[in-house]
Write a protein that binds this ligand. Structure first.
Ligand code: NDP
Length: 314
């Protein structure tokens, strides 16, 4: 191994050890604001990071609704957790299908009355390795951004008021960091507008993704100043991060007891179907920061982007 390779392998090993160590830090009893009555919904939980988030939340003693766009696959995945003695219920949910979302919220309301935690994990990416095809750009933007937004809008009315506050965790990516060093939009004026809560709006975010999709259609996106790596995915996650920042600000206006805290996190580069199992951390490790954020005793944290070592990225 060359010196450079050795160093980066040592660095990776150290990072993995740090993540493992973090995962062993328990929540002390006085920090536990949740119980088995606390209800957490996880989207795209039939496999990968979503399944692990569902497993770990259930392991902390919450009741988890494992959702899956395929009913049969969801039932099978839930069975694994139920047989492990966890409190897990299951329901079909396709975040892009209005009818499915509406059917799901109706079921939640009738069966449970409301939810305390929403984890927006469902997502897609069609680029692997150094590929940067835009063939599925619309599907990527629709699922990752509009799907997440659909769920936030649909679930807010059903989020239960509580002293601890309800929580939304969006599984996002540091590729969508507004001022990321290696992957960001080039238009400085737009970046400035997007980073300022005075000028940031849903319309501005929607316009940004529409402009991107229009350029993909016209085949002019390459000169559009978009992130160079996993471009469609990076734009979709940028939109998620910005929308979360915007919502955090709006939700902070709610009265004490009715607050909802919303944060994003990047799970790292994870061994799941999405990366063709080429990531460098397991889904189990990758789920940790999401679970930590969902259960965070510190209520002041909202509108932030975290990385897999539970560290702040935004
Ligand atoms: P997987 O491909 O293993 O899982 C993705 C999940 O999302 C599947 O359950 C899939 O369902 C579901 N899904 C996709 N579209 C929809 C939809 N329209 N409605 C409902 N569910 C849907 O990927 P990961 O576990 O790796 O990814 C989970 C999240 O983590 C994603 O948001 C991803 O962007 C994010 N992430 C992943 C990284 C990684 O390295 N893996 C890095 C950074 C972020 P189905 O089984 O039916 O296809």
């Amino acid at each position: 191994m060359t010196g450079k390779k050795e160093k980066s392998s040592e660095k990776r090993e150290k990072r993995l050890q740090e993540i493992s160590l973090l995962r062993t830090i328990p929540y002390s009893d006085h920090q536990r604001w949740w119980s088995e009555e606390t209800l957490a919904v996880v989207t795209g939980a039939n496999r990968g990071i979503g399944f692990e988030i569902a497993r770990q939340l259930a392991g902390h003693g919450l009741t988890v609704i494992l959702t899956s766009r395929d009913t049969g696959v969801g039932i099978e995945a839930a069975k694994v957790l139920q047989e492990g003695g966890f409190n897990v219920d299951v329901h079909q949910l396709n975040i892009l299908d209005e009818e499915s979302v509406s059917e799901f919220t109706k079921w939640i309301k009738e069966k449970y009355g409301g939810v305390d935690i929403l984890v927006n994990n469902a997502g897609v990416n069609y680029n692997i390795g150094s590929g940067n095809s835009m063939e599925f750009a619309k599907q990527v933007i629709d699922t990752n951004y509009y799907g997440t937004k659909n769920m936030v809008k649909a679930m807010i009315p059903f989020m239960r008021p509580s002293a601890a506050g309800a929580r939304i965790v969006n599984v996002s990516s540091r590729l969508g960091k507004l001022n990321g060093r290696r992957s960001r939009i080039e238009d400085e004026a737009l970046r400035e507008k997007l980073s300022n809560l005075e000028t940031l709006s849903e319309e501005l975010i929607d316009n940004m993704v529409s402009t991107f999709l229009q350029q993909v259609e016209d085949n002019t996106w390459q000169s559009g100043g978009w992130p160079q790596k996993f471009t469609d995915y990076a734009v979709s996650k940028l939109a998620v991060n910005l929308y979360s920042m915007l919502m955090a600000n709006q939700l902070a206006e709610r009265p004490e007891g009715g607050k909802i805290y919303i944060n994003c996190y990047c799970p790292g580069w994870v061994k799941t179907a999405m990366t063709g199992w080429s990531g460098n951390i397991s889904a189990e490790h990758a789920a940790d920061t999401g679970v930590w954020l969902a259960l965070l005793p510190n209520k002041e944290v909202t509108g932030k982007l975290f990385a897999e070592r539970r560290e702040l990225k935004l």
